[in-house]
Design a protein around this ligand. Structure first.
Ligand code: RFL
Ligand code: PHB
Length: 403
């Protein structure tokens, strides 16, 4: 089967779905091709923290009904070390900005529903997905679906297929420069049926390693523990997980997470990665396909959304006015934000984790950093403005959606 579209989108994660819907709103056609099932894409447990800019984007796109009903707005965040929790009042330090806790799977479900309502094509369970003719005027996406072979001829392809996708590896050798750091630890994450015992997140530095208290709703707690990067999850019984969580997180005032039935557990490795430029010919790399951050700064999904805004605005200018200047700037505009998020995520990660080869000096310096962070208004402001998200190109977006 042969199809023709303006923008072919590989991947129905947050990046692909957001892009598809923004393009729909400005009247640009797209076909989205996803190799997993609808259920798998929705059930995958990942991010939870949305920056103010991501929230504003979902609102401007008219897909924020669930977010308004079930999202949890947090105006502060806690940093815990030496058994004491210290609150950073983000809203006060950033003239009223906040983050919102709303699961990535909820965002994805809302966007899949919105896509279905538009009637525009979205193929799940696509097999043998590949991109071709990238250097031509009409690049192609090829895939097999329900036994039939499909070929989508596109003006542009958006590679929104995550870190393990096919788009980045399809760029010819020598075009992309890769910057990478792999960390000597991973995160063991759980979801538990337990009422969150604190209404904001708690990032904990502990002798035995990092721990994070988060949530998904008023009845579900999300927790993470620093573990070795290749730690088999089978090594961790539920009882062992709770014992370690309580050891690391309990503070001297008696605060600790509530315990409940564990409904999901997994180990995630941690890396920082950037491939530049984020474009080759008519292929644009978007979100995790181009960059990965360690989750400590809660930036991955938000960075993917920021890329999407830049690309959608540029495509709109191309189709409305025949002006390709913004498409030509896509990579450099995105990379400025990406590198600042890389720096922030690396800083949060190295501030809060124990390194296997760290010296007593490193440890004392880390504690001094934490002390400074939680007592200096300048340091707290710096964390707050990056955590709620550096300014977005929202003016650009609203003029595009309004046009
Ligand atoms: P995704 O979500 O990986 O989506 C890519 C999609 O492409 C599909 N795909 C293909 N489709 C067709 N053909 C192929 N050959 C394909 N190969 C892959 C995949 O099935 C998938 O559906 O990338 P995207 O859209 O760029 O979104 C990025 C975010 O998912 C990611 O950055 C965040 O989850 C990172 N992250 C967090 N980000 C935040 O902003 N805040 C957080 O609090 C946060 N916490 C986290 C996180 C990631 C985590 N893990 C598991 C890595 C916590 C964790 C534990
Ligand atoms: C989450 O709730 O999954 C979460 C929160 C903060 C992070 C990472 C993940 O930094």
């Amino acid at each position: 089967m042969k199809h023709r579209t303006q923008v072919g989108i590989v991947g129905a994660g947050p990046a692909g779905l957001l892009l598809g819907h923004l393009l729909h709103l400005v009247g640009i056609d797209s076909v989205i091709v996803e190799n997993r099932s609808r259920e798998y894409v929705i059930d995958r447990v990942r991010a939870g923290v949305l920056e103010q800019g991501t929230v504003d984007l979902l609102c401007a796109m008219g897909v924020a009904e669930g977010l308004h009903a079930r999202g949890l707005r947090h105006e502060g965040v806690y940093i815990s070390f030496n058994g004491e929790r210290h609150r950073i009042d983000m809203a006060e330090l950033t003239a009223g900005k906040a983050i919102t806790v709303y699961g990535q799977n909820e965002v994805v479900r809302d966007l899949i529903d919105a896509r279905a309502e538009t009637g525009r094509p979205l193929y799940f369970d696509a097999e043998d997905v590949g991109v071709d003719a990238l250097d031509s005027e009409q690049p192609l996406i090829r895939f097999t679906h329900a036994g039939s072979q499909h070929e989508v001829r596109c003006d542009f392809i958006a590679g929104c297929d995550g870190f393990h996708g096919v788009c980045r590896p399809s760029v010819p050798e020598g075009v992309l420069e890769v910057f990478e750091r792999v960390y000597p630890f991973g995160w063991l994450g759980i979801l538990a049926e337990a009422t969150p015992s604190c209404h904001e997140l708690v990032y904990t530095h502990h002798e035995r390693g990092f721990a994070l208290f988060s949530m998904r709703s008023t009845t579900v707690t999300r927790l993470y523990l620093q573990v070795p990067p290749d730690e088999p999850i089978a090594n961790w019984s539920d009882a062992a997980i709770w014992a370690e969580m309580l050891t690391r997180m309990t503070t001297s005032d008696g605060w600790a997470p509530n315990i409940g039935r564990i409904t999901q557990k997994s180990v995630t490795p941690m890396r920082s990665f950037v491939a530049a430029p984020m474009r080759h010919a008519r292929l644009f790399l978007v979100g995790d396909a181009a960059h990965i951050v360690p989750p400590t700064g809660a930036k991955g999904l938000n960075l993917a959304a920021a890329d999407v805004v830049v690309l959608a605005v540029a495509l709109n200018e191309f189709y409305r006015r025949g002006d390709a200047a913004s498409l030509d700037r896509y990579s450099s505009v995105c990379l400025r934000r990406v590198w600042k998020a890389q720096r922030f995520s690396w800083w949060m990660t190295t501030l809060l984790h124990r390194l296997p080869d760290e010296t007593a000096f490193d440890h004392q310096r880390q504690l001094a950093d934490l002390d400074y962070l939680t007592t200096s208004r300048a340091a707290m402001t710096s964390l707050a403005e990056q955590y709620v998200g550096l300014p977005w190109e929202v003016a650009l977006l609203s003029s595009t959606l309004g046009s």
